[in-house]
Design a protein around this ligand. Sequence first.
Ligand code: DER
Length: 220
Amino acid sequence: GGGDAAKRRAGEAAADEVEDGMVVGLGTGSTAAHAIRAIGERGLDVAGVATSYQSRQLAIDAGIPLTTLEEASVDLAIDGADQVADGNLVKGGGAAHAREKYVDASADRFVVVADPSKEVDALDYPVPVEVLPDARPVVAKRVRALGGGPELRAAERKDGPVVTDNGNLVLDCAFGEIDDPEEVAASLSELPGVVEHGLFVGLADAVYVGTEDGVRVTDA
Ligand code: DER
């Protein structure tokens, strides 16, 4: 559909930044998947650091050799987002945000790839929060005290909750419009039992938005 053409344009345009010899952070989701495929198709001499089972499998299918943060540092990370406002992101729609965040944040340069539906004036997407399973009730209580509405993310083709690549659960926390993402991010980070949340504040260096007939690149 139209959305996919925009996602493909964004992914392929971001892949234009990839040069031989680079170590590339491979994001998760359908938009980042276009960048991964493009990197593979261009036969670039690169290595990838995966952020999930999905991106690892996509890299293998695309013929991109994999490495790890033990062996290499990331020159460029390319990843999607669920929402973008002033360069700040909500991520975690795919429940991969814990690994995505440390890979994306470790990169010399982190670019976001998105379709126009992700662009908003103020972030209001429920913030995915990865929690240690047994801590869920206490994290949920603290999130409510912060004014959030925590919902345990149910799996679709598995009975029970989504379980992340790290073996944890996800609470989608609705805060309504988030005027101060830095404050909400800090509050979530300090809750005992929280592994990682999906607010990426001040991490992105640029945002590629695919449009019907091209791509718009904004420095973040
Ligand atoms: O889960 C994630 O963080 C993904 O990057 C998500 O935010 C974007 O997924 P999409 O590109 O399939 O919309």
